[in-house]
Structures are given as C-alpha cells and as structure tokens.
Write a protein that binds this ligand. Structure first.
Ligand code: SF4
Length: 267
C-alpha cells in the first residue's frame, strides 16, 4: 500500500517524501484524533497559523512533506485505537494540490471506510469531490472555508488556494450527492472581508446552495502571522490593526452582534 509514486511537481514548492511512525495523534480541536497526510500546505495562506502550531521554520507554502506510508500506518492503528472522531487535516489542507497526485487522503479514507470512525474534514479545495464515494460510506462531517466572494482578496491572502468559484461548485455538487456540509467564514479581517453587506451576500449565496450551518472566526494575529500580513496592508490599515490587536480597540466586540446575524461565531 505504500506509494511507489510519481512525484508531483508544484511550482515553487519543494516536495519531500517522508515516512511517519504514527498516523493518528491526539487532537486539541473538537475531535479525538488528528490525521495529517501532509506536513506543509501549498495553499500558502498569509494568515495561516499552522507554522506556529507545528513550530515550522521553513517558509510556509514553499515546502511539503508527503507522508508516503501513512495509509499503512493508519490501517494498523485503526485496529487498536478506541473509536473516536478523526479530524483529517487539522493543520494542513488534506485536499491541497499534491493530493491530486499522491492520493494519501483518499487511501486513508479507504482505510477508514473499513472501520467505524467518524471523520471531520475542513478544506478549501474542490478536489474533495473526487472522494464522494468514500465520504458517503463514512460518517463524515465536511466543511468548506470561504473567506470572501471577492477574488482579489482571495488572491492576496490565499494566493495558491482554489478560487472561491471552485469551492462553491464543489458545495453544489456535494449537496446534490446528499452530503451534509457547513461553511466556515474566516478569518474575518477588520475592515477588509468583514463588511456587513459582503457577509450578507456571501450568506445568501451559501443559502441558495442549501448551506444552513455557518461559522465565523476573527483573524488571530500571532506574531508570525502579523509579520506576514503587515506588508499586505497599507500604512493606514496597519495603524488600525495595531489599535485593534495591540492597543485594546474593542472592534470585534462592537461587531459581534452583526457577525452573529450571519452565523455562529467561534470567538
Ligand atoms: S489552507 Fe489552511 S492549512 Fe493551508 S495554508 Fe491555508 S490556512 Fe494554512
């Protein structure tokens, strides 16, 4: 089951096949286990705080470790572990571009479909549609992240992630397949993607696709994230962000009610 694989080429991303000793780790998020077939994420979102979680010093979005033996390791672990919810891609997108070639997420799903572990997946990629057959067999909870309908914002802050239109098409198709889906709108950037009219437009678009479950989160500004997004904000906006994040401006508190009219806030 280990891959004898054709190496994917992704422009600007150094890909390294690695072996893992364990597949499932304890999850600190709302699940029992975390499963990450890849270390690194070629989507390269500027606001991503996974490098902080992983204590990763390599430039985020520019490297990818491919855990080539993970389906095999997972298969052994599933026979021994206590049943529990598995979050696939807790720190990196399990359907990032390389998955199209390596199919590690799919091979893990194949293992999971033989056991009775519920799964949770959150992605920005329409590639998830490829695995509809398996997702229908497994007790799966699938969410899409959509930060905006504005492609300029998406290109700036999620430079290599799929366009929003691809995510919306995937939602439409998976809904037609009868899968239950939710959408995560986040992170909310003050003054940028968090305007009431834009969020209402996004909510209505999602509603027209049958999405009722929406979550919102604010931008969390860890030090490394601030360093990455600061150059993308003009000097005026940088000052506003300093006020909110470092000088006690209660911006998010003031806007919370409006956010709650769109969906459930998780901050
Ligand atoms: S898709 Fe998720 S994990 Fe990947 S870079 Fe973006 S925020 Fe990080």
């Amino acid at each position: 089951m280990e891959l004898g694989f054709t190496k994917a080429e992704i422009e600007g991303v150094e890909i390294k096949p690695v072996s893992c000793k364990t597949a499932l780790s304890k999850s600190r998020l709302e699940s029992d286990y975390a499963l990450n077939p890849y270390r690194g994420c070629s989507h390269g979102c500027k606001y991503c705080y996974s490098p902080c979680v992983l204590r990763e010093e390599r430039p985020w979005g520019k490297f990818l470790d491919v855990k080539r033996n993970i389906p095999n390791v997972l298969s052994k672990e599933l026979k021994k572990k206590k049943k529990g919810m598995i979050r696939i891609g807790s720190v990196t997108d399990p359907y990032q571009e390389a998955e199209g070639s390596y199919e590690l997420t799919r091979r893990c799903l194949e293992q999971l479909s033989r056991h009775d572990f519920p799964i949770l997946i959150q992605t920005k990629s329409g590639l998830v549609r490829r695995d509809t057959d398996l997702l229908k067999k497994i007790d799966s909870d699938i969410g899409f992240t959509i930060t905006t309908l504005n492609e300029d914002f998406r290109k700036k802050f999620e430079p290599n992630a799929p366009p929003v239109s691809e995510r919306l098409s995937a939602i439409r198709e998976l809904k037609e397949e009868g899968l239950d889906l939710w959408v995560f709108i986040g992170p909310l950037f003050p003054y940028l993607n968090d305007k009431k009219e834009d969020l209402i437009r996004l909510k209505n678009t999602l509603k027209s696709l049958g999405i009722e479950e929406i979550y919102l989160d604010k931008l969390n500004l860890r030090k490394k994230v601030w360093e990455r997004i600061k150059p993308l904000l003009g000097s005026e906006m940088q000052k506003k962000y300093r006020d909110i994040y470092f000088d006690g401006d209660d911006y998010f508190k003031r806007k919370k009610k409006m956010f709650e009219s769109i969906g459930k806030t998780v901050f």
